[in-house]
Design a protein around this ligand. Structure first.
Ligand SMILES: Cc1ncc(COP(=O)(O)O)c(C=O)c1O
Length: 393
């Protein structure tokens, strides 16, 4: 909500206009961008040094700042989270062809990273409520070929990290988290990156903290640094030695400059999104057939997405009808995640392992809708969403 232009002098949201007016399309996300005047001196420094990539000084500064911010021993920047995921899976030398259990309710990159490593994705069902991997379905999917579980803290909602820690400890299975949506989330004060063997964050422009494109691999062990460094930089040890099958995962200095400036803006953006979250709960909370985002009382939310689940039998209208009605009024929600990974050509032949007759992921993919979620969602846009959701069919 509540972009600066929609705040009155004491910071309270301005009253919506009647009828509410949407001058400019309201999108699901808007990149958080620093003030150009703050960026220019950093760009001048880069130009002067002519040190534009390959672990330059701003890169090093950002990496250290993020290790501190995320409270993690090893934090290594990448050029995007997809390459970060690919590198993180490679870190553990999982046996070729072995199975990695993951969720179908995610962006394609999660599954692709498994396939790019020559590993076999196995899809397990998700839990109603959190929409994260269901530990019982995961247990059912484990075979003698399982080498890892790749959970996704989808929308910023945390996986059942305790259940997966138990599963990982009882067998020789790595627990890796796609934390693309979970930047800065904590549970009982413990940073999300402390759970599992590795966590991968995305700094894509759609993410709350962004470097335009970017990502980060975090692990709880200092000893991983060297290998991740090689994986990120072609495996180059020195001018004459290449010691790993690495990739080019380096973030450049311009991206790092944006990151350093955006890091200062994250707290304020998060606070505004928290207010928007509360506004959405206020206007949708009393609607029959609308499930609001899962409450995880001990979790500090990353404020990445606001997903609702629309049960058309109780609500009277379908998710797609709501999506269309909002779009007709220039409010663009997104059907994250529909289609799900098992609907995509490369994975269509794979069944979702579930404890139910029909996987919950198959049901909820038709019902889930993410509302616009960033600090420039105006009170007028909130009014439009209110009107569309409260209109009688
Ligand atoms: C769950 C999830 N994983 C991975 C990615 C890939 O991130 P990137 O675009 O930084 O490669 C995304 C991107 O949005 C995502 O949503």
């Amino acid at each position: 909500m509540l972009g600066e232009q929609n705040l009155d002098h004491d910071g309270a949201p301005a009253e919506p206009r009647h009828p509410p007016v949407i001058d400019k399309p309201v999108l699901i996300a808007e990149p958080l961008l620093p003030d150009l005047k703050d960026l220019i001196p950093l760009l001048e420094g880069i130009w002067e040094r002519k040190y534009v990539t390959n672990h330059g000084p701003l890169h090093e500064q950002l990496e250290a700042a993020l290790a501190d911010h995320l409270g993690v021993k090893t934090a290594m920047l990448f050029n995007n989270a997809t390459i970060g995921l690919i590198a993180a899976l490679k870190l553990f030398d999982l046996p070729p062809g072995s199975e990695v259990i993951t969720t179908p309710m995610t962006f394609a990159a999660t599954a692709h990273a498994i396939s790019w490593n020559g590993l076999t994705p196995v899809f397990a069902d998700i839990l109603p409520g959190t929409m994260t991997l269901d530990p019982a379905a995961v247990e059912k999917a484990i075979t003698s070929r399982t080498s890892a579980i790749l959970g996704v803290h989808v929308y910023g909602t945390l996986c059942d990290v305790d259940a997966f820690a138990r599963i990982g400890a009882s067998r020789d299975i790595r627990i890796i988290y796609d934390a693309a949506h979970a930047f800065g989330a904590t549970r009982s004060g413990v940073p999300v990156s402390q759970f599992g063997d590795a966590s991968i964050f995305s700094f894509h422009a759609t993410k709350l903290f962004n470097t335009l494109e970017g990502g980060l691999v975090a692990t709880p062990r200092e000893s991983d640094r060297k290998k991740i460094y090689y994986l990120r930089n072609f495996g180059i040890k020195n001018e004459e030695e290449v010691v790993e099958i690495g990739i080019n995962g380096k973030m450049n200095e311009v991206q790092a400059a944006i990151g350093l400036l955006n890091l200062r803006l994250v707290a304020a953006e998060k606070a505004k999104r928290r207010r928007l979250r509360n506004r959405y709960i206020e206007i949708l909370g009393d609607l029959d057939g609308i499930q609001l985002p899962a409450e995880q009382p001990e979790v500090e939310n990353s404020e990445q997405y606001f997903p609702i689940v629309i049960d058309e039998t109780r609500f009277g209208r379908t998710r797609d009808q709501i999506y269309d009605a909002l779009k007709a009024r220039k409010v663009f929600s997104r059907k994250y995640f529909y289609p799900i990974c098992t609907d995509f050509e490369p994975y269509r032949h794979l069944k979702i392992v579930s404890t139910r007759a029909i996987p919950y992921a198959e049901e909820v993919k038709m019902r889930v809708l993410c509302l616009p979620f960033h600090s420039n969602v105006s009170e007028d846009a909130v009014s439009v969403i209110h009107d569309v959701m409260h209109a009688r069919p």
